[in-house]
Design a protein around this ligand. Structure first.
Ligand code: NAD
Length: 258
């Protein structure tokens, strides 16, 4: 089936679905100028994640850790939702999708106007002191870190402030993961957009959905190991595909909220 035929067919299926759920990954945000991790232009081609994005890096080499994160946060701060994020907000308003589970930390689904967003890897909106737990807005990480004197420290106890994103070697937020799994089990259609499905445990969602008889749709530039289970497998950009989907449904892509 060609892309347009699949999009039209998926539009029909969404209209007929009882509980359609979406899982997004870094690939939905590349068209907003945020690099993904694992594709040929991804971040992990340039740096070793364990050296810059792990709990060990945060504890042992905080200057290098914050150099990496402050640059990344600055880029995220300027990013705006793209047509794929906006299309999902339209689908939600129209009642055609019930929840968006995202591995992204960029907040672009909410910026596009989506309300039911389950963030399974945290977000850049806030951070917390590792000493006393005091919560800080994400703006504390917007600084150039050249030496230890520039590190973000707690005003109450002077311990370091850790970004609210899940680092390598860290536990995942239990409540968000169980909500995500519950959504997968409840779904009769799971639409995965821009994820390599290589990161666990969230990459179990497609199998959970399939076990319950749901149909799986995959929109991703590269192939994934779940392609053979997909009812719709679209290897194209998320922005143009989701725009085509919204058009096939006769919905208007609305402006970003806020
Ligand atoms: P990934 O990097 O493993 O995979 C991204 C996938 O998206 C790739 O398979 C690629 O082919 C595809 N892709 C890239 N651009 C696309 C486009 N325009 N349209 C359709 N597909 C496109 O990402 P992942 O599966 O989300 O897992 C990686 C981890 O990365 C997650 O833990 C997430 O927390 C983190 N991450 C988040 C962001 C963000 O918040 N925007 C950015 C990078 C990484």
């Amino acid at each position: 089936m060609g892309v347009q035929t699949q999009v039209t067919d998926l539009a029909w299926a969404l209209q007929a679905a009882r509980h359609a759920v979406v899982l997004t990954g870094a690939g939905i945000s590349t068209e907003s100028g945020i690099p993904d991790f694992r594709s040929s232009t991804g971040l992990w081609q340039k740096v070793n994640p364990m050296q810059v994005a792990s709990l060990t890096a945060f504890r042992r080499h905080p200057v290098e850790f914050f150099q990496f994160y402050s640059e990344r946060f600055a880029r995220l701060d300027h990013a705006r939702p793209n047509p794929a994020h906006l299309a999902l907000a339209q689908l939600e308003v129209a009642g055609l999708i019930k929840a968006v589970v995202t591995q992204n930390i960029d907040g672009l689904h909410q910026a596009a106007g989506c309300r039911t967003v389950i963030e399974v890897h945290g977000s850049i909106r806030e951070g917390a002191c590792v000493g006393c737990g005091r919560v800080y807005p994400g703006s504390v990480f917007k600084r150039t870190v050249a030496t230890a004197a520039d590190l973000p420290r707690c005003e109450s106890c002077d311990a370091l402030i850790k970004p609210g994103v899940v680092l390598f070697e860290e536990m995942l937020p239990e409540a968000a993961i169980s909500r995500a799994f519950a959504e997968a089990r409840r779904s009769d259609l799971l639409l995965v957009i821009g994820s390599s499905l290589e990161v666990g445990p969230i990459n179990l969602m497609p199998e959970m959905a399939l076990e319950n008889g749901a149909r799986l749709a995959l929109i991703n530039l590269d192939e994934t190991h779940m392609d053979r289970h997909g009812h719709w497998v679209i290897h194209a950009k998320a922005g143009q595909t989701m725009t085509a989907l919204v058009e096939a449904l006769g919905l208007q892509a609305g402006p970003a909220a806020g």
